[in-house]
Design a protein. Sequence first.
Length: 67
Amino acid sequence: MPKQKTHKGVKKRFRLTANGKVKHRQAGTSHLQVRLTAKRRRSLRGTRVLAPVDTAKIAEALGPYSY
């Protein structure tokens, strides 16, 4: 029986916490931040937790591995 493969794109972008929540990096943090306000730049720091609606889909794509 074939095994479920880990989706490599999802593996690079998301990570599961111990409680099963999904952490991800905020969009808009790579470059061109001069145009953003300082308040917006501060709020984009760090990681965020994904909405619970999308958590099951990401967890399935990750397979048995959290990272």
